[in-house]
Design a protein around this ligand. Structure first.
Ligand SMILES: NC(=O)c1ccc[n+]([C@@H]2O[C@H](COP(=O)([O-])OP(=O)(O)OC[C@H]3O[C@@H](n4cnc5c(N)ncnc54)[C@H](OP(=O)(O)O)[C@@H]3O)[C@@H](O)[C@H]2O)c1
Length: 340
């Protein structure tokens, strides 16, 4: 079967991470890249022989050799680029976060109407670890009751979009609590948010949110806490899922140390730790979940596979997870905004 031809809109940081993953995919390939400035697209495309450089998203979307569009722009531009791509009959892989749940629902309605795939670009859900932890959760820890996530990386470049609320309205919340909320959706699987409290720290110069901590209470008494930001001077990606008969933990839940982008440590296994009873550290059990390739590489394969072989139910599963994640993120954001 022919490979899926993907065009990338945007030539920034994450576009540069995904382009090689697309090129090395078994069922997709990169066909074009667009920038608002042709010269930037040409510089980007020069690393990928045969890839066409285009000025402006509309010209990329209109190309016959583009079956699907990867939207790698700041949040402020995502909906409009994705809307145009879907309207033109192109499948869409869209960067997280969205502007709001309503924004995502406008896009998902259009994708359904056109019979197209719309998927968000969260990497960790594609690692086999996520499926294994979900499958073994009841057996290992009983019913999941509480999830804690802590995600920090040191970052202080005020020229970056993360410090510009016009580009990234939710700042570190959209950038990082997205993963906390996606972990809630994947591992805690609540239905209804009943209560929430959030504390946020803003950058004095830009007013961007640079750190946030919060607690969410869901139906059936499930709870989640999160702590995210750029300000701790260290990278941390901790997750702890507490059930009724044990606890599962990860210390690299967003980007696995083994081959998540930014890390390349073949000697660090990917997996999760199981603990129960009055166990000490020497009794903890590490459950390894190896992967044949990086989680962002798997995301590209799964996106292409969903387009070629996925049924409506499979497509809806992805749409539902994105909508729930964005809905919880919006609740965090409303709580922060309500504090003025
Ligand atoms: N999934 C992940 O693991 C992951 C990781 C990092 C970032 N992200 C997300 O990806 C998004 C982009 O982040 P980034 O770090 O790649 O940012 P970035 O380095 O600033 O790149 C964004 C690119 O989008 C293009 N762009 C900027 N403004 C635009 C506009 N108004 N309309 C159309 N295109 C525009 C620019 O390319 P041109 O100048 O060439 O047009 C720019 O290089 C963010 O929302 C971020 O949260 C996701």
């Amino acid at each position: 079967m022919n490979k899926l031809n993907i065009g990338i809109v945007g030539t920034g940081f994450i576009a540069g991470i995904l382009a090689p993953a697309i090129q090395s995919s078994k069922n997709a390939q990169l066909s074009a890249v667009s920038s608002r400035t042709l010269a930037k697209a040409e510089i980007f495309a020069a690393d990928y022989p045969g890839v066409v450089a285009v000025e402006g998203a509309d010209w990329l979307i209109a190309r016959d050799d583009v079956d699907a569009v990867y939207v790698a722009t700041p949040t402020a531009a995502k909906e409009e680029v994705a809307r145009r791509a879907l309207a033109a009959g192109k499948h869409v892989l869209i960067e997280k976060p969205l502007h709001s749940k309503q924004s995502f629902e406008r896009l998902s309605a259009l994708a359904r109407e056109k019979g197209l795939v719309l998927m968000d670009a969260t990497h960790f859900v594609h690692h086999p670890r996520t499926a294994v932890m979900r499958e073994r959760c009841a057996e290992l820890i009983g019913a999941p009751r509480s999830l804690h996530t802590m995600f920090y990386f040191p970052f202080s470049d005020r020229d970056n979009i993360r410090f510009d609320p016009d580009y990234e309205p939710m700042g570190a919340v959209g950038d990082m609590a997205w993963y906390s909320m996606r972990a809630v959706v994947e591992y805690l699987a609540p239905e209804v948010l009943e209560d929430i409290k959030v504390f946020a720290e803003h950058d004095r110069q830009s007013s961007a949110v640079i750190r946030a901590t919060g607690v969410l209470k869901f139906d059936s008494g499930k709870t989640a806490t999160f702590d995210v930001g750029y300000t701790a001077g260290a990278a941390v990606m901790d997750l702890a899922l507490a059930g009724t008969s044990g606890i599962l933990t990860q210390d690299d839940f967003v980007l696995d140390w083994h081959s998540g982008f930014g890390f390349d440590n073949p000697d660090i296994q990917t997996g999760f730790v199981h603990r129960s009873g009055m166990a000490t550290r020497k009794d903890f059990v590490f459950i390894e979940t190896p992967s044949e390739k990086s989680q962002h590489g798997l995301m590209i394969d799964n996106f292409a596979n969903l387009i070629r072989n996925g049924d409506d139910a499979a497509r809806e599963t992805w749409l539902s997870a994105t909508a729930k994640t964005q809905g919880f993120l919006d609740a965090i954001w409303r709580e922060i905004q309500s504090q003025g």
